[in-house]
Each structure stands twice: as C-alpha cells, then as structure tokens.
Design a protein around this ligand. Structure first.
Ligand code: 0CN
Ligand code: SF4
Length: 323
C-alpha cells in the first residue's frame, strides 16, 4: 500500500491566527478564557484548549461580567458584539479576516437598505454571524442553500440586490448557484467570483487531483467542519471512496482490501499531528513511506490583533530582563 499526502492540506491562515490568539491569551491573562462556540471545528484543538482551562460557551449570558471572551474563527453577529460590550467583556476577536470581509459587505448593504442574498448552510455559525450583520428593517437578508431555494425566492426589489457566500462552500456547487441567481436576477451584484476562501479553494483543487491517482481518500477533520465535509463530498463525487476521520482511531482495516493507493488530506482546522498519526498507523499495518504530492504553496499569514501583540511584547521583554 502506498500513501499519497495532498498539498496543501490542514491549517489555513485564519485557523493559525485564531489558535495563536488563544495561546497568547492563556499566557497573558490569569483569568478564565471563554470562547464563544468552538474556536475552530476540530475536536483535537478544542480538547487541548479545554485541558488548559479554556471554557467553551454558546451564549454570552452564560458568563460573568468583565470576563474575557474570544469570538471563534467563524465570526459572530452584531448582536453578540453588543451583548459582550454591555457585559463589559474583554473581547478578543479571532474571526478570520476573510469572514470579516464578508461581514463588511453585508453591513454596507444593510446600511443602504439593499436586500442581500447569502449562499450558505443553515445553522452554521458563520452563516448566523453573517446574517447577523444585517440589521436594517427596511431591507432583508435571505439565506439560500441550493438552486431549488432560488426558484422559491422572491425579493422586494430585484433592481438593487447583492449577494455574498459562506467561505467554506463547494466551488462547483456555488458556481452553479450563482449562475442560476444571475439568470433570475440579472441586476444582482456581488464578489467577482464568490467569497469562498483561498484555503477552501486550494484544498478542493488538491483533492480533485488526488482522486485521479488513489483508490481511497481519508479526509482528516471533525464532523461539524464545513470545509472538511466539502472535501469528502468532492472525493465521493469523483467516484473515489472517501472517509471523514477525526483521527487514526476512526480507521477500519477493512477499508484497505485490494487498495494500492491511499490519499490523505486534512481540513483547514485539522492539525498536522493528526496526519502524522494516521501515517504512522497505516505504516504499522503495512503501508510504504508516504509520498508528498506537489501543490500550491500557501504563503498567507494573518496578523494577530494589536491589543494582544502589545501585551505579549511587554511580557516577553519582562521575561528577557529577568533571565
Ligand atoms: O472547520 P472550521 O473550523 O470551520 P468550517 O469549515 O466549518 O467553516 O475551519 C475553519 C474555517 C473557518 C471560518
Ligand atoms: Fe479563514 Fe478560509 Fe481558514 Fe475559514 S477556512 S478560517 S475563511 S482562511
């Protein structure tokens, strides 16, 4: 059995930034760090932070006034920000800048009262946060998940209409939805392509390439990770057996009967340690040394908020002086 490791895979710039924010917060603050929702949708990451005393919550009302709150990479609604300010919380915003970009667009449309269509998955925290940027009663934000939803959609003014998308959708599905949307509402404006982020795009392109050479694909990612699920869907669409696993523990030996090539990828929130463990497991049951597939090199880095950077620099300098 041969193992092919896809590139790029695993952590994106937004996830790295979110994790760095919490790691620094743990060093800086001596109080409990609360995180609204899972910082990123990965069980391994969440459990590690839990072990360090981080508390995950869903509602701002669950925590005491003056607490420290981190907003997850998926972003929050304006209402959540207002609630946090009202409770005098120290806010550390780990929303990915690429999600923030979509928030700004919706916020602008909201101010102008321009109706907005959001393409995304109902119930996903990013979708809730994005919908929650629209607070103009004169306009409206509509959520659509599929082409069928467009058929049933009627807006008040189709001459002034805008669309945005969730960042972690399927590229091909979304393209089809946007084409249908533009056919129904020719005057609609929106991003040049869509708001799907670079990391989602690159990981999907890599899986498409991978599917041409392997017999089975293992996607490392948690069940609630949208971008990881889109990789599974894509693998299956190409006709390749594709499995979503949280870690090597989920692997079943029977998957590898008559299999020569195993492809491995990881969602944007899955740490590389999980890939290493899967490879080690597969080697233990007879696979060869893994081969890295050539792919796009991602250079994107997002800076952490100045508020954290400043305190961190002061603490680092104090450490140096005490050495
Ligand atoms: O798995 P994630 O935490 O989130 P979704 O793919 O479910 O949106 O990955 C980071 C992405 C973001 C925002
Ligand atoms: Fe940001 Fe994309 Fe990563 Fe989400 S998957 S955190 S939008 S870079």
């Amino acid at each position: 059995m041969n193992i092919i490791l896809t590139n790029p895979r695993g952590f994106c710039a937004g996830v790295k930034r979110a994790i760095l924010i919490v790691k620094n917060a743990l060093k800086i603050y001596k109080k409990t760090i609360y995180i609204k929702h899972e910082l990123v949708h990965n069980q391994h990451v969440i459990n590690e932070f839990r072990q360090q005393g981080v508390v995950f919550i869903e509602e701002i009302s669950e925590i005491p006034d003056y607490s420290i709150i981190v907003f997850s990479a998926h972003g929050v609604s304006k209402k959540v920000v207002q609630e946090s300010i009202k409770k005098k919380l120290i806010i550390l915003n780990a929303t990915c800048p690429l999600v923030e970009k979509v928030h700004i667009e919706v916020s602008k449309s909201s101010k102008k009262g321009i109706e907005t269509i959001l393409i995304g998955h109902k119930g996903h925290p990013e979708v809730e946060g994005t919908i929650g940027q629209y607070n103009n009663k004169k306009g409206k934000i509509y959520l659509i998940e599929s082409i069928e939803d467009i058929n049933n959609l009627s807006v008040k003014n189709d001459q002034k209409l805008n669309f945005v998308t969730q960042t972690t959708l399927s590229i091909t599905n979304t393209k089809n939805i946007i084409t249908t949307l533009k056919n129904k509402f020719p005057k609609i404006s929106g991003p040049n392509k869509e708001d799907i982020c670079y990391a989602t795009t690159n990981r999907q392109m890599a899986v498409r390439k991978l599917s041409k050479i392997v017999d089975i694909i293992l996607v490392i990612g948690s069940k609630n990770s949208s971008n990881s699920n889109r990789l599974v869907e894509l693998g299956k669409e190409t006709g390749t057996v594709t499995k979503l696993i949280d870690s090597f523990v989920d692997i079943k030996k029977k998957w590898f009967k008559n299999i020569n090539y195993i492809g491995i990828t990881a969602g944007a929130s899955a740490p590389e340690i999980l890939v290493t463990e899967v490879v080690q497991y597969l080697q233990k049951i007879g696979a060869n040394k893994p081969i890295e597939m050539i792919g796009i090199r991602e250079k994107k880095v997002f800076k952490i908020p100045k508020k954290i950077l400043k305190i961190k620099t002061i603490l680092d300098n104090m450490d140096k002086n005490n050495e």
